[in-house]
Design a protein around this ligand. Structure first.
Ligand code: SF4
Ligand code: SF4
Length: 143
Protein backbone atom coordinates (compact mmCIF):
# COMPACT_ATOMS: atom_id res chain seq x y z
CA UNK A 1 0.00 0.00 0.00
CA UNK A 2 1.44 3.38 -0.96
CA UNK A 3 1.16 6.41 1.30
CA UNK A 4 -1.34 7.86 -1.20
CA UNK A 5 -3.56 4.75 -0.87
CA UNK A 6 -3.34 5.12 2.87
CA UNK A 7 -4.32 8.79 2.84
CA UNK A 8 -7.20 7.99 0.48
CA UNK A 9 -8.34 5.16 2.76
CA UNK A 10 -8.12 7.41 5.83
CA UNK A 11 -10.25 10.05 4.17
CA UNK A 12 -12.79 7.55 2.88
CA UNK A 13 -13.09 5.88 6.28
CA UNK A 14 -13.42 9.20 8.05
CA UNK A 15 -15.80 10.60 5.51
CA UNK A 16 -19.31 9.23 5.68
CA UNK A 17 -20.94 11.51 3.14
CA UNK A 18 -21.94 14.48 5.25
CA UNK A 19 -20.60 17.91 5.93
CA UNK A 20 -20.41 18.07 9.74
CA UNK A 21 -18.93 21.57 9.83
CA UNK A 22 -20.81 24.65 10.98
CA UNK A 23 -20.69 26.70 7.77
CA UNK A 24 -17.14 25.56 7.06
CA UNK A 25 -15.90 25.68 10.66
CA UNK A 26 -15.01 22.31 12.17
CA UNK A 27 -17.66 21.37 14.75
CA UNK A 28 -15.17 19.08 16.57
CA UNK A 29 -17.64 16.22 16.22
CA UNK A 30 -14.88 13.60 15.86
CA UNK A 31 -16.56 11.81 12.94
CA UNK A 32 -13.33 11.90 10.93
CA UNK A 33 -11.04 10.95 13.84
CA UNK A 34 -9.99 7.42 12.89
CA UNK A 35 -7.97 4.89 14.87
CA UNK A 36 -5.40 4.29 12.12
CA UNK A 37 -3.79 7.46 10.80
CA UNK A 38 -1.05 8.10 8.26
CA UNK A 39 1.75 9.68 10.31
CA UNK A 40 5.41 10.40 9.65
CA UNK A 41 8.16 10.52 12.26
CA UNK A 42 7.76 14.28 12.66
CA UNK A 43 4.08 13.78 13.56
CA UNK A 44 4.90 11.03 16.07
CA UNK A 45 7.70 13.08 17.69
CA UNK A 46 5.48 16.14 17.98
CA UNK A 47 2.64 14.18 19.60
CA UNK A 48 5.04 12.35 21.96
CA UNK A 49 6.70 15.56 23.10
CA UNK A 50 3.37 17.33 23.60
CA UNK A 51 1.63 14.60 25.61
CA UNK A 52 4.69 14.00 27.78
CA UNK A 53 5.27 17.66 28.51
CA UNK A 54 1.60 18.31 29.31
CA UNK A 55 0.92 14.86 30.80
CA UNK A 56 -2.05 14.25 28.53
CA UNK A 57 -3.37 10.74 28.87
CA UNK A 58 -5.36 9.26 26.01
CA UNK A 59 -8.90 8.04 26.61
CA UNK A 60 -7.43 4.51 26.50
CA UNK A 61 -6.46 5.08 30.14
CA UNK A 62 -10.00 5.83 31.28
CA UNK A 63 -12.38 3.79 29.14
CA UNK A 64 -13.77 0.49 30.28
CA UNK A 65 -15.12 -0.38 26.85
CA UNK A 66 -12.79 0.89 24.19
CA UNK A 67 -14.20 2.30 20.97
CA UNK A 68 -11.24 1.25 18.93
CA UNK A 69 -12.66 2.73 15.74
CA UNK A 70 -12.00 6.24 16.94
CA UNK A 71 -8.73 8.01 17.68
CA UNK A 72 -7.93 7.70 21.42
CA UNK A 73 -7.11 11.41 21.55
CA UNK A 74 -10.65 12.44 20.67
CA UNK A 75 -12.16 13.55 23.98
CA UNK A 76 -15.69 12.51 23.02
CA UNK A 77 -16.74 16.05 23.76
CA UNK A 78 -17.57 18.69 21.15
CA UNK A 79 -16.39 21.48 23.44
CA UNK A 80 -12.93 19.98 23.90
CA UNK A 81 -12.55 18.09 20.62
CA UNK A 82 -8.99 16.84 20.12
CA UNK A 83 -6.93 16.49 23.31
CA UNK A 84 -3.70 17.05 21.39
CA UNK A 85 -4.94 19.78 19.05
CA UNK A 86 -1.73 21.92 19.04
CA UNK A 87 0.28 18.78 18.18
CA UNK A 88 -2.24 17.09 15.90
CA UNK A 89 -0.71 15.35 12.87
CA UNK A 90 -0.67 16.73 9.34
CA UNK A 91 -3.56 14.59 8.12
CA UNK A 92 -5.78 16.16 10.80
CA UNK A 93 -4.68 19.65 9.85
CA UNK A 94 -5.21 19.09 6.15
CA UNK A 95 -8.52 17.20 6.15
CA UNK A 96 -11.90 18.83 6.68
CA UNK A 97 -15.14 17.07 5.78
CA UNK A 98 -16.56 20.02 3.85
CA UNK A 99 -13.76 19.95 1.31
CA UNK A 100 -13.97 16.16 0.71
CA UNK A 101 -10.27 15.61 0.23
CA UNK A 102 -6.85 17.14 0.47
CA UNK A 103 -4.68 18.93 -2.08
CA UNK A 104 -1.78 17.46 -4.02
CA UNK A 105 0.55 19.80 -2.13
CA UNK A 106 -0.73 18.48 1.18
CA UNK A 107 -0.42 14.87 -0.02
CA UNK A 108 3.19 15.60 -0.98
CA UNK A 109 3.86 16.84 2.53
CA UNK A 110 2.85 13.42 3.81
CA UNK A 111 5.12 11.33 1.58
CA UNK A 112 6.87 9.73 4.51
CA UNK A 113 3.65 8.76 6.30
CA UNK A 114 3.00 5.17 7.32
CA UNK A 115 -0.13 3.65 8.91
CA UNK A 116 0.00 4.16 12.67
CA UNK A 117 -2.27 2.40 15.12
CA UNK A 118 -3.22 5.34 17.35
CA UNK A 119 -4.30 3.01 20.18
CA UNK A 120 -0.90 1.37 20.31
CA UNK A 121 0.88 4.72 20.14
CA UNK A 122 -1.38 6.18 22.84
CA UNK A 123 -0.90 3.22 25.18
CA UNK A 124 2.89 3.46 24.83
CA UNK A 125 2.76 7.21 25.47
CA UNK A 126 0.43 6.75 28.46
CA UNK A 127 3.05 4.40 29.97
CA UNK A 128 5.78 7.00 29.38
CA UNK A 129 3.67 9.62 31.16
CA UNK A 130 3.16 7.28 34.13
CA UNK A 131 6.92 6.64 34.24
CA UNK A 132 7.59 10.40 34.18
CA UNK A 133 5.10 10.99 37.02
CA UNK A 134 6.68 8.18 39.11
CA UNK A 135 10.16 9.60 38.53
CA UNK A 136 9.03 13.08 39.51
CA UNK A 137 7.43 11.72 42.71
CA UNK A 138 10.58 9.75 43.50
CA UNK A 139 12.63 12.91 42.92
CA UNK A 140 10.41 14.91 45.29
CA UNK A 141 10.59 12.22 48.02
CA UNK A 142 14.38 12.10 47.66
CA UNK A 143 14.71 15.80 48.41
S1 SF4 B 1 -13.60 17.87 10.03
FE1 SF4 B 1 -13.97 16.02 11.24
S2 SF4 B 1 -14.29 16.78 13.35
FE2 SF4 B 1 -14.48 18.55 11.97
S3 SF4 B 1 -16.67 18.71 11.53
FE3 SF4 B 1 -15.78 17.44 9.92
S4 SF4 B 1 -16.02 15.32 10.57
FE4 SF4 B 1 -16.32 16.66 12.38
S1 SF4 C 1 -5.20 13.51 16.61
FE1 SF4 C 1 -6.95 14.76 17.22
S2 SF4 C 1 -7.79 15.59 15.30
FE2 SF4 C 1 -6.44 13.86 14.79
S3 SF4 C 1 -7.75 12.06 14.69
FE3 SF4 C 1 -6.96 12.15 16.76
S4 SF4 C 1 -8.50 13.31 17.93
FE4 SF4 C 1 -8.90 13.67 15.76
Amino acid sequence: MTYKDLIKMTIEEGYIGKDFTCNGTCSKCGECCGAILPLDQEDVDKISEYVLENKIHSIAATLILENKLQCPYYTGNKEKGCAIYPARPKICKFYKCDKKGISLEEINEMQKAVPVDMWKLAKDLDKNIERKIRNEERGRRGK
